[in-house]
Design a protein around this ligand. Sequence first.
Ligand code: NAP
Length: 254
Amino acid sequence: MGKVILVTGVSRGIGKAIVDILFSLDRETVVYGVARSEAPLKNLKEKYGDRFFYVVGDITDDSVLKQLVNSAVKGHGKIDSLVANAGVLEPVQNVNEIDVNAWRKLYDINFFSIVSLVSIALPELKKTNGNVVFVSSDACNMYFSSWGAYGSSKAALNHFAMTLANEEKQVKAIAVAPGIVDTDMQVNIRENVGPSSMSAEQLKMFRGLKENNQLLDSSVPATVYAKLALHGIPDGVNGQYLSYNDPALKDFMP
Ligand code: NAP
């Protein structure tokens, strides 16, 4: 039997690309995905049939996470890997205008839902010596204008990867930043949050990347995530935070 892999945020962007790449790399793989938008999940189901299963829901709701894990275990008897991809950028706001409830909401999506999903899936991941791949961001340790909530949530995620790898010897974990990728998140930066909340200089930088065709295609980092989930996280990078193009991950690149 092939690998059984859970992926969050599969309705578009990097998450959808991870699903496509997993199936292109290995015809035996089975994916259980989750997102809130039902139509794109139905499209994936139509395309991949009995290799793709989904739960429609918000990952901040523990019952949605339990449904995801339980349906994989009931349907295919195991979980080999988990890719925690779903994430949001907003609130994008300067520290002098912080809305702490908006920060809490972001943390619920970008951090606490992932802690919860790992804790729910951990007994199954231990049985398979499984892998947990966290989608981080360069913003975890670099300053981007008004991205305090987002960047700090990704830094917390990196630490969680390190903690998991050190405390649970039966599983491996890694946090990987995907680079700057041509998805809806970048559209939102260029057209909405950038003009309203970011510095003119940084907005210009993000717009310039698009204009000069320098954004990464989502298939590039998605290949790294898919291969880590499929082939397993090497001992040498277990618990680390790395960029998708770090030399230590060269075997996982397209
Ligand atoms: P995207 O196009 O906006 O896609 C985000 C995905 O997450 C969607 O499938 C969305 O599905 C899902 N999602 C968001 N909130 C959710 C929730 N509460 N419950 C369930 N699903 C939820 O973004 P992306 O660019 O592909 O980003 C994917 C990951 O890469 C994120 O963690 C992001 O922080 C990270 N990243 C992206 C970039 C970049 O340049 N694009 C750079 C660094 C890091 P629904 O809306 O259908 O629920």
